[in-house]
Structure formats: structure tokens, C-alpha cells
Design a protein around this ligand. Structure first.
Ligand code: PGA
Length: 258
């Protein structure tokens, strides 16, 4: 049994409203009360962070953001959001380098690494997303892509700052498609990523949680989480329905007890 507490993180992406968020959070909080041995996190759009923080106050449910600026100080950066501001409104985590940010908003591995550093400087736990496209997998480049994406972070940020880092392996071809990696493909990628960290710091590699993301649903979560290096999931679509999100959380909690 691993000593790593599984984490199940809901990435709401650009979904929600004050009213729907309140209902969703109420239902998740109620259902999560009976769950142990799993950490639960929701990542709403920035404008809703403050209100969701109030809804979850006093509960074990954690709050995270979906993105942050690469800067470490306030300044003239219209439209950007500083890590300390996220911490100020109650965030504990922040997702960095999601493939949608990389592919749609031009985030390079270097920018992702700087954002990771900015997150740790603000006292936030970064959830660093890495993953290959279908074309990259088909041409046998998965290992190279993952090594470059994670390697840039490991080269840029002091390892001592990465104690609270979480890594999310999200094959781009599995995100929002209904198609998942096979449990073996997920485990292989996770072992590769953990090995890459172990080459620099064995203790860090042992404690860092590596989440699988990409079409995790209530009915496939248990098999996807079965691999010994899979420490939970980063959940998109299914995190918007409390019953589904809770079923996935239950699968992760069962793993930590098995
Ligand atoms: P999905 O998204 O669960 O809807 O595939 C996962 C993610 O993008 O984090």
C-alpha cells in the first residue's frame, strides 16, 4: 500500500454559474462527508473562486485554480492573476500547463515551468499537466514528449520547492473524447514520470502524487486508478456532476485502502 493519499481534482474548465456552483458544491460536500483516505479538490473558473471558498469553508474539500500568471509580483499585467491572489481567496492548489492552455493559448513548456515556480513562490501546490497528442503517441514520441514537458519544470524550479507538486498525466487524445488510456498505458506513463523524478530525487519521487486525467468516469475510475503509480485523477466533464465526481472519489478512496 502506498503512503500517498490519493487526490481527486475536479477541473471545471469554463463551466458554471453562481447558482449551479452552489448546488454542485453542496452536493459534493454532503457526499464527501463519508469519504476518508482521499483528498478532494475543485477548480472553478477564477471569478467563482471566492464564492466557492465560502461554500466549502470548514469542510475537507479543497480549492484550486485552473491557471495563474507566470509572474511573482504585482504589476502592470492586465487580465493576469497572481499566485498570491489565488492563495488570498483560499486556493491551495493551481493547475498549470493543462493541454488546453498549451494548445489553445500558446503556453510553452518554459512558460509552464515559470508558472510552476510562481505557484510555489505563492505557497500554492502546482498540479503540473503533461501529456502527448495522438500523433505523438503514434509516432512513438510519448516518452520524449513527457520527458521534455516534465524535465523543463525540474530544470527550472528548485527541487526543494517541488515537495508539494502534483503531476497529472493527461494524454491529449483522451481529454473530453470518451476514450481513455488503457490502465497499462496509464501505469507505464506514470512509472516513467516517477522514474524521471527519482533520477533527481528519490524521496520526492516517492511522495509526489501522479494523477491520471482524460475521460475518467464513474465506471472506469477503479480500473484506471489500479496502477501502483496512479494516485488519483484530474477530472473534467465528470466533475460537473456530483454523483459522478463522488463515485470517482470513492474509487480512489478504495484504492488507498486496498
Ligand atoms: P475530461 O477532462 O475528464 O473531460 O476528459 C480532463 C481534463 O482535461 O483535465
Amino acid at each position: 500500500m502506498s503512503s500517498r493519499t490519493p487526490l481527486v481534482a475536479g477541473n471545471w474548465k469554463m463551466h458554471g454559474s453562481l447558482m449551479r456552483n452552489a448546488q454542485l458544491v453542496r452536493d459534493v460536500v454532503a457526499g464527501a462527508a463519508s469519504l476518508h483516505d482521499v483528498e478532494l479538490l475543485v477548480c472553478p473558473p477564477h471569478v467563482y473562486l471566492h464564492s466557492v471558498a465560502q461554500l466549502i469553508a470548514g469542510n475537507a474539500l479543497q480549492l484550486g485554480a485552473q491557471n495563474l500568471a507566470e509572474y511573482e509580483r504585482e504589476g502592470m499585467f492586465t487580465g493576469e492573476i497572481l499566485g498570491t491572489m489565488l492563495a488570498d481567496v483560499g486556493c491551495r492548489y493551481v493547475i498549470v500547463g493543462h493541454s488546453e492552455r498549451r494548445s489553445l493559448f500558446g503556453e510553452t513548456s518554459q512558460m509552464v515551468a515559470q508558472k510552476t515556480r510562481a505557484a510555489t513562490a505563492a505557497g500554492l501546490r502546482p498540479i503540473v499537466c503533461v501529456g502527448e497528442t495522438l500523433a505523438e503517441r503514434n509516432e512513438g514520441a510519448t516518452e520524449k514528449v513527457l520527458k521534455t514537458q516534465l524535465g523543463t519544470v525540474l530544470d527550472t524550479v528548485e527541487l526543494s520547492q517541488l515537495r508539494d507538486m502534483v503531476v497529472a498525466y493527461e494524454p491529449v487524445w483522451a481529454i473530453g473524447t470518451g476514450q481513455t488510456a488503457s490502465p497499462q498505458q496509464a501505469q507505464d506513463a506514470h512509472a516513467l514520470l516517477r522514474g524521471q523524478i527519482a533520477a533527481r530525487d528519490a524521496k520526492l519521487a516517492d511522495s509526489v502524487r501522479i494523477l491520471y486525467g482524460g475521460s475518467v468516469k464513474a465506471d472506469n475510475a477503479a480500473t484506471l486508478f489500479a496502477g501502483e503509480d496512479v494516485d488519483g485523477g484530474l477530472i473534467g466533464g465528470a466533475s460537473l456532476r456530483a454523483a459522478d465526481f463522488l463515485a470517482i472519489a470513492t474509487a480512489a478512496a478504495n484504492k488507498s485502502r486496498s
